[in-house]
Structure formats: C-alpha cells, structure tokens
Design a protein around this ligand. Structure first.
Ligand SMILES: [Zn+2]
Ligand SMILES: [Zn+2]
Length: 789
C-alpha cells in the first residue's frame, strides 16, 4: 500500500550533494515526494510502497561519498505525493548545520580541466557536488549559493542547465561555475602583454621567483621546491630561518618520487581533506626545506588552480602560508598585495572571496595510526559525536589554549572544534580569534551555559573567556591544562561522562599545574570530573623562565646540575664534552637557580627533550619554532643503527621513587650520567638519542605499573586514590604535544599493550594545545551535571 513517510537525516549532510543523491535514489525507486535542507538536517518526504521506502532508507543510511550520516529517523506523514520526486527550496531553520569541510578536487573534475574541448578546460575554479570549496565560502546557513561567496556570480545558461539537471554531476553544486560566468584568474607582477595569468605565474616560478597564490583558505607563498636559491630567498624574506616548509606535489606518484611516504601516509595524502602529511624525506629534495629533520611535510595539489599550475611548472612547489612572519595568513586580495609586497614577486589570484581563514591541516601517521597535528582546511568544521550521556548535558564554550589556539562548542552531544587559529600572542591573532568566535556563534548558533578556560590566569584565552563570562553572566570554569589533554582523548574514544577513571599520561612543553609549578610530564588518575596527580618527572628549574623554553642549552645546564651537581657539569665542560655550554653565562644561570629567582620549577617533558638535544649537539642555540630541538632529537634517534641501544646503554634509565607526598617520580639522574659517559666513550649520538627515547618509554611504562591495581593482600596499596575503584584502571590515555613523537609513542604503546592495557591516543583532535578546548568542554559539561544532581 502506498503511504508517505517523513524522514530526517542528520550528520554532515549539507554541501555534499545529499539532495541530488536522494533525488536519484527516489527516481530509481519510482517514489514520489520531495527533499529539502532544513537548517541542520535534510528532510525527505517519500510516498511509495513499504518496500520502496525501505530501500530508500537503506540508501540514506549510506549517503553520497563525502556525507557522514549520523541518524535517520522516520515518521508517518498524512500527505500523499503524486508525480515526480522533486528538490524543494531550502528553509532556514534551527542553526547549527551539517556544513562540510572543503573538499579536494575530484577525479571527474580533474578530467574536465585536462580535456581540451571541455567547457572547463584549464578553468581554475572548476568544482562539482563531490569537490570544491565549502566551509571557506559559506557566509550563512542553510548551505545554498546565496549564502556563499559565489552569490555575486550569476549562473550562465549552460551552468544553470547542469545545476538544474538531476542527472548531472553538478546538480545543485552550489559553487558551480565556468569560464563564462564564474570567478576569473588574475595575475599581478612581471608579465608579457596579454599573457594568460597562469603562464605569467609559471614563468615567474621557473625563473626562481616567489609567487603569492590564493588557495582555498588563504594565500600561500610558493617557489620551486627543487631550487635551493629560491628557498633561501623565501626564508630570508619571510624571516623564517629553519621552520620546515611544506611542499605541494601534483599527485600520489609525485609524492613517492620526491619523498618516501608509507602506504598509510599515501592514503592520508589522498584523503578528501588533502592535508599536509609528514613523510620520510629522501635526498631528492633539498635539505633546506626541513633543516636537520628526516621528515618533510607534503600535500597533493587540491584545487584546480594548484593542479594546473603544478602541471605547467612540472616540479613540486614550496607552499607555505602567505603571511609576514608571525602574522595571520592573508585571505583577501588587497591585504595579500599589500602585506606580501617585499616577499612575493608576483600574485596569482581570483575573485572568489574567501569567507574565513583556514590554514592547511597537518596530519601524520604516528606509531601506525593517523593523528591530526593541525585542525584546519579540509577537516573543520567536522563535529565529533560525543559518547552517550553527553547529549543531555548543558552547552559549553571552551576557549582552548594560547599557542595553538582553537575553541570548542559543545552542544546536544556533539563537539565542534574550531579550526586552528594560530598563536594568540602573535600580531593580529587575538583579533582573528574574536572574529572566529563571533563567526562560529552566528553560523552554529550556540548559546553556552558555561565558559571553560585554561586555569592559567595569564593565558590570553583565559582572559577572553573571563570577559565573555562577565558580559553574559555565565559561570567560568578554569580547567587544569593536563587534565584537559587527557579528557580530550577520552571523549574522542567514546568514554561516557560516567566512565571509571583511567591512567592519563600527559607530556608536553609546559602548562600550569594545581600546585603552581609548570607541569609537562604527568601521570594522572582521572575521570572527567576529577584528576588525581599520581606521578611526574622530577622537578628541575627553568633558568630564565620563558627564555629556557627557547634556549635548550639553559635546560641542559639545569638538568646536568640537578642530576650530577655543578662540579661534575663544569668538569665535563672543561673536558670539551659539552659544546652547547661553551662560552655561556653559566655562573649567572646558577645564581638564578640557587636563589630561585626567575628559575621556577618544572616537570616538563618538552624541556627534557630540549636538554638532551643540546647534550647531543643537535639543538640550535635558540629555537626558531616550537618543538624544533625535540624534532631533531627524534630524527637523530631514527638514525640509530644499533639494534638494541638499551642493551648497549643499560644504565640509561630513569629512577622511579615515591615522594613524601605520595607522587611517583621519574628521576632522570641515572640517565644523564649514562648519556654523558656514553658521549665520553664516543658512542654514536644517534644511539644515545634512541636509548633516551627507549628509556623514557620504559620509565613511563614502569610508572603506569605502579598505578595499576595489584592482587589483593600484597605489599603496600599502590597509591592513595580517594574514591576511585582501582580495578577499572586498565586504560591508559595519552595526551600532550610530545605524543606526536613517533619513536617515543611506538615504544610506549608496545610496552603498555604488552601488559594487556588498552591504550587510547589522540586522532581527531590534535594531541597538543590545539585539542585542549575539547577536553575543557567535556570536563566542564560532566562537572556541570554533577552540580545539578
Ligand atoms: Zn568535482
Ligand atoms: Zn557558467
């Protein structure tokens, strides 16, 4: 019997060709009815037999390629539709929509731009329902052309015919365009008269020039990745001496020709998010792209413009963000022309406006699993469905951290982590963050009941959140930095608000701990609501405070003096074993350490890596970007050829002991002694670096063992954990920026899994401060519920 059903589909279902998909299925099944976007979901009204409707439901659960269907609900409807199934006009509804991230150029469109005679041959802004800009062009919801930056371009007759033909690949593709009606390409810079912009840009690049090029989420600066002189010029003009530069290649084959991606990395490279993926470098590309590192950031050409340019140039291109050092990436043409003068020699751009700045996403395969290191273009604004139990909790706005700023909106059991906003201390970024916040609030319509911030009162993000909380009279929840790191990872792995406690290992640079010291290598026994500090790296001073984070030799002195005493350190300097400490103001630093003036105690893992990199002479005198020394140390460790560095260096280990206040403390004193003596014996630095990573993994695993429940009636109770059921502690959750270190994480996961422990690692949200906001949000929501019970 024919009947009508109203079907609601939620998830990422707008901007992915969902309505045409429904239309085609309905026609195949001979159903009558209609489909429309309604604010945050797609509504289908279908009249037909039960069998026909069931087949449609089955198809809806799958959806088209880039959709992510979360729920499909069906209810009977009294209307009876006759005639052909149609696509109805969209309606603005409740905000908070399923708008999808920007999508890389699809295969069919790639064919279009490469086929002479095609209407879109060489057309740099080609797209369809399976590819093209989305979040970067949206100005309002629902997702319709009028609510994108394509609104000023009126479809020509041919494009309109495609747009209205349900059988066409561009049916209801909102950014659809062609050379006759769409945005055009422009070029500013040295050129021949009447020359095609793409040809001028190609010539500029081939001559070693620097090109500013408009991408999906902002401007890039490009030059030949094979030309060391061009790379040197770009670095000098951008004041970016050593920070790795990303390289764009034409396709997966080119990626394998110019570097050595693994099979898993090749898959990531070809993802529709087209991220920068860090892969093993070979000697094919110049070392100056990533000095001192054995990894290079690669991405595939992801827009038709990039694809055409790379085909004409015939070589990989450096593709680094188009900004003056420290400032946000330029997105509008005037700013790019103005701000990048003096850096770029030419500009290649088009008149499709970028609605919001989206940095390239960065992903990596860490110990066999994909991890997001920067959440940007192609990934944002994905929503993370939270585990059952969060849906009924009050909405929260979490402000994240400062260095890799990103905020998080949590509502209706979903977390929306913003795209990467940059360093809030850099010029213009605080303003960018304010705008982004307003942007997300208007697009996604969150009305928070709570504001969550990092507990550090000096964080810019803390101040922004505190101001908002005052303006809106909302409770402010300060969240401890390392608890937030662990909670973020718990949430993305489906642990519900009532989850029993887990063991969290949070390793990063520094974050403020509840005891007022700078934390950075901590073991927590925690659920969402409470965190019990159970272990840490032994304290060392940070001589010079913030300067100690930028100058690794300071940390080398602090660590050696703490571990071996000043006399032994001085002797080693005199013996020429410590070039990093030559001609340094050691006495001044020691005075600081002695008096405790500007030398606060820290338990930072990041600073431990810095110090070890300085010992092994791979740390620069002064870091030019965060993590530089640690990344070089990891590279050094991978160069080790000794099969078992830990058997060669048996004393290279941490001591583990309990402090008077019950903390398990990893003391690196034996490690420093062994490393220094290995250096004196002439053991390869790479072997010592590998031994260090192994020792840290071993130390952390030993610490975890101390926190595990022990068989009843043996020895002392494992540790004082008020209110926790120890039997549940079989899950170890990793967090913090150090967890992007493949050598460490591989060794650590192997050890933990050998003990039959379940190990959870960040994948959706970055392990570092870019993922903090997610953790802050879920902690606050879980606590808010406890208060209301
Ligand atoms: Zn396409
Ligand atoms: Zn057209």
């Amino acid at each position: 019997m024919r009947a009508t059903e109203r079907i609601i589909v939620t998830g990422s279902v707008q901007g992915v060709g969902f309505r045409p998909f429904v239309w085609r299925k309905a026609h195949l099944l001979a159903l009558a009815g209609e489909v429309r976007n309604r604010g945050d979901h797609v509504e289908v009204l279908a009249t037909g037999t039960e069998a026909q409707r069931n087949s449609l439901i089955e198809a809806l659960r799958q959806g088209p390629p880039h959709a992510r269907v979360e729920t499909v609900t069906r209810t009977p409807d009294m209307r009876i539709f006759t005639g052909a199934f149609t696509i109805a006009t969209s309606e603005a509804g409740a905000l908070h929509s399923g708008i999808v991230p920007d999508l890389a150029l699809c295969r069919a469109c790639r064919t279009d731009i490469n086929t002479p005679g095609s209407r879109r041959w060489h057309y740099a802004l080609t797209c369809c329902t399976d590819c093209g800009p989305r979040f970067s062009i949206v100005t309002d919801f629902p997702y319709d052309r009028a609510n994108t930056t394509m609104a000023p371009f009126t479809l020509c007759a041919a494009c309109r015919a495609e747009y209205e033909n349900p059988a066409d690949r561009r049916f209801h593709a909102e950014p659809v365009a062609c050379p006759a009606c769409g945005p055009r390409l422009y070029y500013t810079g040295p050129a021949q008269p009447e020359e095609d912009p793409l040809d001028s840009a190609t010539r500029l690049l081939k001559q070693g020039g620097i090109l500013a090029i408009k991408g999906t989420g902002g401007y890039h600066l490009a030059c030949l990745a094979t030309d060391t002189a061009a790379i040197a010029t770009l670095r000098a003009r951008k004041h970016r001496p050593t920070k790795p530069l990303a390289v764009m290649v034409a396709d997966a084959d080119a990626a394998s020709a110019f570097a050595a991606p693994s099979a898993a990395e090749l898959l990531l490279l070809q993802d529709a998010s087209a991220p920068i993926v860090t892969v093993r470098a070979t000697s094919v590309l110049p070392e100056s792209l990533a000095p001192g590192l054995d990894r290079i950031g690669l991405m595939l050409a992801y827009t038709p413009l990039h694809t055409l340019l790379l085909a004409q140039v015939g070589q990989p291109l450096v593709m680094t963000s188009g900004n003056r050092s420290g400032a946000p990436q330029a997105i509008d043409d005037e700013t790019a022309l103005h701000d990048l003068a003096g850096i770029a020699d030419g500009w290649l751009y088009h008149d499709r406006r970028i609605a919001r700045r989206l940095d390239d996403s960065v992903r990596a395969v860490v110990a066999g699993q994909a991890m997001t290191l920067r959440h940007g273009r192609g990934l944002a604004p994905r929503r993370l469905p939270l585990p059952a139990g969060f849906a009924s909790l009050p909405p929260v706005l979490a402000m994240g951290g400062d260095l890799k700023a990103a905020f998080c909106l949590m509502q209706d059991g979903q977390a929306l982590l913003s795209h990467h906003l940059g360093d809030l201390h850099a010029e213009g970024v605080e303003n960018t963050a304010r705008q982004a916040l307003a942007d997300y609030r208007s697009l996604f319509g969150l009305t928070p009941a709570f504001i969550a911030v990092d507990a550090h009162p000096d964080y810019v993000s803390h101040r922004l959140g505190a101001t908002l909380s005052q303006q809106r009279a909302l409770p402010l929840h300060p969240i401890w930095h390392h608890h937030a790191h662990i909670a973020a990872c718990m949430a993305e792995h489906g642990l519900g608000p009532d989850t029993p406690p887990v063991i969290g290992l949070a390793l990063d640079g520094t974050g403020l701990g509840p005891d007022g010291t700078a934390w950075g290598c901590e073991a927590l026994v925690c659920d969402y609501r409470t965190a019990h500090h159970a272990g840490r790296l032994a304290h060392v001073p940070l001589p010079g405070g913030d300067r100690a984070a930028r100058e690794p030799w300071r940390m080398l002195l602090a660590h050696l003096d703490t571990a071996l005493g000043p006399d032994a350190t001085t002797r080693a300097v005199a013996q020429g074993l410590l070039p990093a400490l030559h001609n340094r103001p050691l006495d001044a630093l020691r005075a600081m350490i002695r008096t405790g003036l500007n030398a606060p105690p820290c338990s930072s893992a990041g600073r431990l890596f810095d110090a070890m990199a300085a010992l092994l002479d791979v740390a620069p005198e002064r870091l030019s970007h965060e993590g530089e020394a640690a990344m070089r140390l990891e590279t050094l460790a991978r160069q080790n050829t000794h099969m078992r560095p830990d058997s060669l260096l048996p004393d290279m280990r941490f001591a583990l002991a309990r402090t008077p206040d019950g903390l398990w403390e990893l003391n690196p004193a034996p490690l420093w002694k062994a490393a220094l003596s290995a250096k004196a014996q002439g053991i390869a630095a790479s072997t010592v670096a590998a031994g260090f990573h192994a020792a840290l993994a071993e130390g952390l695993a030993d610490l975890v063992v101390k926190l595990l429940p022990e068989p009843a009636d043996t020895q002392e109770p494992p540790s004082a954990l008020p209110g926790f059921t120890q039997a549940a502690l079989r899950t170890v959750v990793l967090g913090g920026g150090v967890m992007a270190n493949d050598v460490l994480v591989s060794a650590l996961v192997t050890r933990l899994e050998a003990m039959s422990l379940r190990v959870l690692r960040p994948a959706f949200a970055p392990p570092g401060d870019g993922g903090l906001a997610l953790g802050q949000a879920v902690i606050t929501a879980a606590r808010a519920r406890m208060e209301t019970i």
